[in-house]
Ligand binder design. Structure first.
Ligand SMILES: Cc1cc2nc3c(=O)[nH]c(=O)nc-3n(C[C@H](O)[C@H](O)[C@H](O)COP(=O)(O)OP(=O)(O)OC[C@H]3O[C@@H](n4cnc5c(N)ncnc54)[C@H](O)[C@@H]3O)c2cc1C
Ligand code: FES
Length: 295
Protein backbone atom coordinates (compact mmCIF):
# COMPACT_ATOMS: atom_id res chain seq x y z
CA UNK A 1 0.00 0.00 0.00
CA UNK A 2 2.73 2.41 -0.97
CA UNK A 3 4.20 3.57 -4.25
CA UNK A 4 5.93 0.15 -4.32
CA UNK A 5 2.56 -1.64 -4.27
CA UNK A 6 0.72 0.02 -7.18
CA UNK A 7 -2.48 -2.07 -6.86
CA UNK A 8 -3.06 -1.04 -3.24
CA UNK A 9 -4.70 2.33 -2.57
CA UNK A 10 -3.75 3.81 0.81
CA UNK A 11 -6.84 5.36 2.38
CA UNK A 12 -5.36 6.43 5.71
CA UNK A 13 -2.96 5.19 8.38
CA UNK A 14 -5.16 4.82 11.49
CA UNK A 15 -2.41 3.94 13.97
CA UNK A 16 1.36 3.50 13.51
CA UNK A 17 2.19 0.18 11.86
CA UNK A 18 -1.42 -0.39 10.75
CA UNK A 19 -2.20 -0.21 7.04
CA UNK A 20 -5.61 0.92 5.85
CA UNK A 21 -6.28 0.70 2.17
CA UNK A 22 -8.15 -0.82 -0.75
CA UNK A 23 -6.47 -3.98 -1.95
CA UNK A 24 -7.19 -6.24 -4.94
CA UNK A 25 -8.56 -9.76 -4.67
CA UNK A 26 -6.07 -12.08 -6.40
CA UNK A 27 -8.14 -15.25 -6.09
CA UNK A 28 -11.22 -16.68 -4.42
CA UNK A 29 -11.60 -20.46 -3.94
CA UNK A 30 -14.38 -22.45 -2.26
CA UNK A 31 -12.92 -24.82 0.38
CA UNK A 32 -16.08 -26.32 1.91
CA UNK A 33 -19.80 -25.65 2.26
CA UNK A 34 -20.26 -21.89 2.66
CA UNK A 35 -16.52 -21.55 3.27
CA UNK A 36 -14.08 -19.69 0.99
CA UNK A 37 -10.42 -18.69 0.85
CA UNK A 38 -9.82 -15.11 -0.27
CA UNK A 39 -6.34 -14.14 -1.46
CA UNK A 40 -5.62 -10.42 -1.14
CA UNK A 41 -2.74 -8.62 -2.86
CA UNK A 42 -1.33 -6.64 0.06
CA UNK A 43 2.49 -6.79 0.30
CA UNK A 44 2.92 -4.38 3.24
CA UNK A 45 0.29 -6.18 5.26
CA UNK A 46 1.81 -9.55 4.35
CA UNK A 47 5.25 -8.44 5.50
CA UNK A 48 4.02 -7.27 8.90
CA UNK A 49 1.27 -9.68 9.99
CA UNK A 50 1.93 -12.53 12.46
CA UNK A 51 -0.05 -15.69 13.34
CA UNK A 52 -3.03 -14.98 15.60
CA UNK A 53 -3.37 -11.41 14.33
CA UNK A 54 -6.33 -10.35 12.20
CA UNK A 55 -7.50 -7.76 9.71
CA UNK A 56 -10.72 -5.78 9.51
CA UNK A 57 -12.47 -6.16 6.16
CA UNK A 58 -15.09 -3.89 4.52
CA UNK A 59 -16.71 -3.61 1.14
CA UNK A 60 -15.47 -0.30 -0.30
CA UNK A 61 -17.85 2.41 -1.50
CA UNK A 62 -20.91 1.07 0.30
CA UNK A 63 -22.41 1.45 3.76
CA UNK A 64 -24.06 -1.99 3.68
CA UNK A 65 -22.67 -3.14 6.00
CA UNK A 66 -21.27 0.03 7.49
CA UNK A 67 -18.78 -1.56 9.86
CA UNK A 68 -15.83 -3.77 9.03
CA UNK A 69 -15.61 -7.37 10.27
CA UNK A 70 -12.59 -9.08 11.88
CA UNK A 71 -11.04 -12.01 9.99
CA UNK A 72 -7.93 -13.94 11.04
CA UNK A 73 -4.76 -14.37 9.03
CA UNK A 74 -4.94 -17.83 7.42
CA UNK A 75 -1.49 -17.52 5.86
CA UNK A 76 0.76 -15.16 3.99
CA UNK A 77 1.43 -15.70 0.28
CA UNK A 78 5.04 -15.63 -0.97
CA UNK A 79 6.29 -14.79 -4.47
CA UNK A 80 8.87 -16.87 -6.38
CA UNK A 81 11.67 -15.12 -4.45
CA UNK A 82 10.07 -16.02 -1.11
CA UNK A 83 8.89 -12.47 -0.37
CA UNK A 84 5.43 -11.91 1.19
CA UNK A 85 3.07 -10.40 -1.39
CA UNK A 86 -0.41 -11.29 -0.16
CA UNK A 87 -2.56 -12.62 2.65
CA UNK A 88 -5.06 -15.45 2.62
CA UNK A 89 -8.14 -15.35 4.80
CA UNK A 90 -10.77 -18.08 5.09
CA UNK A 91 -14.34 -17.10 5.88
CA UNK A 92 -17.61 -18.83 6.62
CA UNK A 93 -20.76 -17.21 5.24
CA UNK A 94 -22.83 -16.24 8.29
CA UNK A 95 -24.27 -12.77 7.79
CA UNK A 96 -24.25 -9.36 6.20
CA UNK A 97 -20.63 -9.01 5.07
CA UNK A 98 -19.58 -12.60 4.49
CA UNK A 99 -22.84 -13.14 2.56
CA UNK A 100 -21.71 -10.54 0.02
CA UNK A 101 -18.18 -11.89 -0.50
CA UNK A 102 -18.69 -15.13 -2.55
CA UNK A 103 -19.60 -13.42 -5.86
CA UNK A 104 -16.41 -11.29 -5.77
CA UNK A 105 -13.72 -12.20 -8.27
CA UNK A 106 -10.02 -11.50 -8.97
CA UNK A 107 -9.55 -7.80 -9.61
CA UNK A 108 -12.39 -6.67 -7.31
CA UNK A 109 -11.24 -4.59 -4.36
CA UNK A 110 -11.80 -4.78 -0.61
CA UNK A 111 -11.04 -2.26 2.11
CA UNK A 112 -8.73 -3.68 4.73
CA UNK A 113 -6.92 -2.51 7.87
CA UNK A 114 -4.37 -4.37 9.92
CA UNK A 115 -2.38 -6.16 11.22
CA UNK A 116 -4.43 -6.02 14.43
CA UNK A 117 -4.36 -7.79 17.79
CA UNK A 118 -1.65 -9.36 19.92
CA UNK A 119 -1.13 -12.66 18.07
CA UNK A 120 -0.29 -16.09 19.45
CA UNK A 121 2.36 -16.61 22.15
CA UNK A 122 5.91 -17.82 21.57
CA UNK A 123 5.88 -21.38 22.96
CA UNK A 124 9.61 -22.04 22.68
CA UNK A 125 10.69 -24.99 24.78
CA UNK A 126 7.27 -26.69 24.78
CA UNK A 127 7.48 -30.30 23.63
CA UNK A 128 3.93 -30.85 22.36
CA UNK A 129 1.40 -28.11 21.49
CA UNK A 130 -2.28 -28.93 20.93
CA UNK A 131 -4.30 -26.52 18.79
CA UNK A 132 -8.03 -27.00 19.34
CA UNK A 133 -10.43 -25.58 16.74
CA UNK A 134 -14.21 -25.59 16.49
CA UNK A 135 -16.32 -24.42 13.55
CA UNK A 136 -14.41 -21.75 11.61
CA UNK A 137 -11.89 -21.52 14.51
CA UNK A 138 -9.21 -23.40 12.56
CA UNK A 139 -8.40 -20.34 10.42
CA UNK A 140 -5.74 -18.72 12.67
CA UNK A 141 -3.90 -22.00 13.21
CA UNK A 142 -2.34 -22.72 9.80
CA UNK A 143 0.23 -19.93 10.00
CA UNK A 144 0.78 -20.71 13.70
CA UNK A 145 1.63 -24.37 12.99
CA UNK A 146 4.14 -23.23 10.37
CA UNK A 147 5.66 -20.72 12.77
CA UNK A 148 5.84 -23.23 15.67
CA UNK A 149 7.52 -25.84 13.45
CA UNK A 150 9.97 -23.28 12.02
CA UNK A 151 8.68 -23.80 8.49
CA UNK A 152 7.91 -20.14 7.76
CA UNK A 153 8.78 -16.68 9.07
CA UNK A 154 6.20 -14.00 9.81
CA UNK A 155 6.37 -10.29 10.60
CA UNK A 156 10.04 -10.12 9.62
CA UNK A 157 11.10 -12.52 12.38
CA UNK A 158 13.43 -15.33 11.27
CA UNK A 159 11.95 -18.83 11.00
CA UNK A 160 12.89 -20.88 14.10
CA UNK A 161 11.49 -24.17 15.34
CA UNK A 162 9.85 -23.48 18.73
CA UNK A 163 8.35 -26.88 19.61
CA UNK A 164 8.92 -30.56 18.94
CA UNK A 165 5.40 -31.52 17.94
CA UNK A 166 2.06 -29.89 17.02
CA UNK A 167 -1.33 -31.64 17.01
CA UNK A 168 -4.46 -30.04 15.56
CA UNK A 169 -7.82 -31.11 17.01
CA UNK A 170 -10.48 -29.81 14.62
CA UNK A 171 -14.21 -30.24 15.18
CA UNK A 172 -16.96 -29.39 12.70
CA UNK A 173 -20.72 -29.84 12.50
CA UNK A 174 -20.42 -32.26 9.54
CA UNK A 175 -17.80 -33.41 7.00
CA UNK A 176 -18.83 -30.87 4.36
CA UNK A 177 -17.85 -28.04 6.74
CA UNK A 178 -14.20 -29.13 7.18
CA UNK A 179 -12.03 -26.52 5.44
CA UNK A 180 -8.28 -26.64 4.85
CA UNK A 181 -7.62 -30.12 6.28
CA UNK A 182 -5.07 -30.88 3.53
CA UNK A 183 -3.29 -27.57 4.21
CA UNK A 184 -2.86 -28.62 7.84
CA UNK A 185 -1.72 -32.15 6.95
CA UNK A 186 0.92 -30.66 4.62
CA UNK A 187 2.52 -28.76 7.54
CA UNK A 188 3.58 -31.93 9.36
CA UNK A 189 1.12 -31.38 12.23
CA UNK A 190 -0.84 -34.44 13.40
CA UNK A 191 -4.49 -33.80 12.48
CA UNK A 192 -7.35 -35.24 14.60
CA UNK A 193 -10.87 -34.64 13.27
CA UNK A 194 -14.27 -34.69 14.96
CA UNK A 195 -17.80 -34.01 13.78
CA UNK A 196 -21.12 -33.60 15.59
CA UNK A 197 -22.89 -36.09 13.27
CA UNK A 198 -20.04 -38.62 12.91
CA UNK A 199 -19.62 -37.96 9.16
CA UNK A 200 -15.92 -37.12 9.72
CA UNK A 201 -13.56 -38.68 12.26
CA UNK A 202 -14.61 -38.95 15.90
CA UNK A 203 -18.34 -38.52 16.58
CA UNK A 204 -18.78 -35.85 19.26
CA UNK A 205 -17.24 -32.63 20.52
CA UNK A 206 -13.62 -31.83 19.76
CA UNK A 207 -12.93 -31.46 23.50
CA UNK A 208 -14.13 -35.07 24.02
CA UNK A 209 -11.73 -36.18 21.26
CA UNK A 210 -8.89 -34.28 22.93
CA UNK A 211 -9.54 -36.07 26.24
CA UNK A 212 -9.06 -39.44 24.52
CA UNK A 213 -5.58 -38.61 23.18
CA UNK A 214 -2.16 -37.86 24.74
CA UNK A 215 -2.67 -34.55 26.49
CA UNK A 216 -0.37 -31.90 24.92
CA UNK A 217 1.87 -29.74 27.15
CA UNK A 218 0.19 -26.51 26.07
CA UNK A 219 -3.26 -25.95 24.57
CA UNK A 220 -4.41 -23.12 22.30
CA UNK A 221 -8.09 -22.90 21.35
CA UNK A 222 -10.24 -20.96 18.89
CA UNK A 223 -13.94 -21.42 18.20
CA UNK A 224 -17.40 -20.77 19.56
CA UNK A 225 -17.60 -19.65 23.18
CA UNK A 226 -19.16 -22.86 24.63
CA UNK A 227 -16.26 -24.83 23.13
CA UNK A 228 -13.72 -22.40 24.54
CA UNK A 229 -15.33 -22.61 27.97
CA UNK A 230 -15.22 -26.43 27.84
CA UNK A 231 -11.57 -26.30 26.76
CA UNK A 232 -10.65 -23.84 29.53
CA UNK A 233 -12.31 -26.13 32.08
CA UNK A 234 -10.55 -29.22 30.70
CA UNK A 235 -7.17 -27.45 30.74
CA UNK A 236 -7.75 -26.27 34.33
CA UNK A 237 -8.74 -29.80 35.44
CA UNK A 238 -5.68 -31.37 33.78
CA UNK A 239 -3.29 -28.59 34.86
CA UNK A 240 -2.29 -27.73 31.28
CA UNK A 241 -1.50 -24.10 30.35
CA UNK A 242 -3.98 -22.81 27.79
CA UNK A 243 -4.49 -19.76 25.59
CA UNK A 244 -7.76 -18.93 23.84
CA UNK A 245 -8.35 -16.77 20.75
CA UNK A 246 -11.75 -15.06 20.94
CA UNK A 247 -14.18 -14.39 18.06
CA UNK A 248 -15.77 -11.40 19.81
CA UNK A 249 -17.72 -9.06 17.47
CA UNK A 250 -15.73 -5.87 16.79
CA UNK A 251 -16.55 -2.50 15.26
CA UNK A 252 -13.21 -0.71 14.84
CA UNK A 253 -10.50 -3.28 15.61
CA UNK A 254 -8.28 -0.44 16.80
CA UNK A 255 -9.09 0.00 20.48
CA UNK A 256 -11.26 3.09 20.00
CA UNK A 257 -14.93 2.05 20.27
CA UNK A 258 -14.96 -0.40 23.23
CA UNK A 259 -17.53 -2.60 21.42
CA UNK A 260 -15.36 -5.69 21.99
CA UNK A 261 -14.75 -5.67 25.75
CA UNK A 262 -14.54 -8.96 27.64
CA UNK A 263 -14.37 -9.49 31.43
CA UNK A 264 -11.02 -10.73 32.78
CA UNK A 265 -9.59 -11.48 36.22
CA UNK A 266 -7.29 -8.82 37.66
CA UNK A 267 -5.36 -8.42 40.91
CA UNK A 268 -8.23 -6.23 42.18
CA UNK A 269 -11.00 -8.67 41.14
CA UNK A 270 -12.09 -8.21 37.55
CA UNK A 271 -12.14 -5.60 34.80
CA UNK A 272 -12.84 -5.30 31.09
CA UNK A 273 -10.23 -5.71 28.36
CA UNK A 274 -10.62 -4.87 24.67
CA UNK A 275 -10.42 -8.07 22.64
CA UNK A 276 -9.06 -6.18 19.61
CA UNK A 277 -5.94 -4.72 21.24
CA UNK A 278 -5.47 -6.70 24.48
CA UNK A 279 -6.45 -9.88 22.61
CA UNK A 280 -7.87 -11.64 20.70
CA UNK A 281 -5.54 -14.17 22.40
CA UNK A 282 -5.88 -14.41 26.20
CA UNK A 283 -4.67 -16.81 28.86
CA UNK A 284 -7.63 -19.09 29.55
CA UNK A 285 -7.21 -18.59 33.32
CA UNK A 286 -7.71 -14.83 32.91
CA UNK A 287 -11.04 -15.06 31.06
CA UNK A 288 -14.30 -14.89 33.02
CA UNK A 289 -16.70 -15.38 30.03
CA UNK A 290 -19.49 -13.72 32.07
CA UNK A 291 -19.60 -10.45 33.96
CA UNK A 292 -19.67 -11.33 37.70
CA UNK A 293 -22.86 -10.31 39.51
CA UNK A 294 -22.69 -6.91 41.25
CA UNK A 295 -22.05 -7.14 44.99
C1 LIG B 1 -10.21 -11.89 15.88
C2 LIG B 1 -11.32 -12.53 15.06
C3 LIG B 1 -10.98 -13.32 13.99
C4 LIG B 1 -12.00 -13.92 13.22
N1 LIG B 1 -11.62 -14.68 12.17
C5 LIG B 1 -12.56 -15.22 11.38
C6 LIG B 1 -12.18 -16.00 10.26
O1 LIG B 1 -10.98 -16.19 9.99
N2 LIG B 1 -13.16 -16.52 9.48
C7 LIG B 1 -14.49 -16.30 9.76
O2 LIG B 1 -15.35 -16.80 9.00
N3 LIG B 1 -14.89 -15.58 10.83
C8 LIG B 1 -13.96 -15.03 11.64
N4 LIG B 1 -14.34 -14.28 12.71
C9 LIG B 1 -15.80 -14.08 12.97
C10 LIG B 1 -16.38 -13.02 12.03
O3 LIG B 1 -15.75 -11.78 12.27
C11 LIG B 1 -17.90 -12.87 12.28
O4 LIG B 1 -18.56 -14.07 12.00
C12 LIG B 1 -18.51 -11.72 11.50
O5 LIG B 1 -19.56 -11.18 12.25
C13 LIG B 1 -19.08 -12.10 10.16
O6 LIG B 1 -19.62 -10.96 9.59
P1 LIG B 1 -21.01 -10.96 8.83
O7 LIG B 1 -21.33 -9.54 8.48
O8 LIG B 1 -21.00 -11.93 7.71
O9 LIG B 1 -22.01 -11.51 9.89
P2 LIG B 1 -22.92 -10.61 10.86
O10 LIG B 1 -24.02 -10.00 10.04
O11 LIG B 1 -22.05 -9.73 11.66
O12 LIG B 1 -23.55 -11.76 11.73
C14 LIG B 1 -22.81 -12.30 12.83
C15 LIG B 1 -23.63 -13.37 13.52
O13 LIG B 1 -24.94 -12.99 13.72
C16 LIG B 1 -25.83 -13.92 13.12
N5 LIG B 1 -26.87 -13.20 12.40
C17 LIG B 1 -26.69 -12.34 11.40
N6 LIG B 1 -27.86 -11.89 10.97
C18 LIG B 1 -28.80 -12.50 11.76
C19 LIG B 1 -30.22 -12.43 11.83
N7 LIG B 1 -30.91 -11.67 11.02
N8 LIG B 1 -30.82 -13.18 12.78
C20 LIG B 1 -30.12 -13.96 13.63
N9 LIG B 1 -28.79 -14.06 13.59
C21 LIG B 1 -28.14 -13.34 12.67
C22 LIG B 1 -25.02 -14.71 12.15
O14 LIG B 1 -25.50 -16.03 12.04
C23 LIG B 1 -23.70 -14.66 12.75
O15 LIG B 1 -23.54 -15.71 13.67
C24 LIG B 1 -13.37 -13.70 13.53
C25 LIG B 1 -13.70 -12.90 14.62
C26 LIG B 1 -12.68 -12.32 15.38
C27 LIG B 1 -13.02 -11.44 16.55
S1 FES C 1 -13.38 -3.17 18.28
FE1 FES C 1 -13.32 -1.05 18.80
S2 FES C 1 -12.28 -1.11 20.73
FE2 FES C 1 -12.20 -3.16 20.08
Amino acid sequence: MTARDPDCVLVSAPVPGCFHGRVPILEQVQLATQTYRLRLGAPELARAIRPGQFVMLRLPQTTDPLLGRPLALYDTVLDAAGLPVGVDIVYLVVGRLTGRLPPLRAGDQLEVWGPLGNGFPDLSGTAHVGLVAGGIGQTPFLAYVRELLGDRSYGGRPARRQVQRVSLFYGVRSADRAAGVEDFRATGATVHLASDDGSLGFRGFVTQLLEQRDMPDHLVGCGPEPMLQALAELARRRGVPCHLSLETPMACGLGICFSCVVPVRTAEGWDYRRACVDGPVFRADDLLFEVPPAR
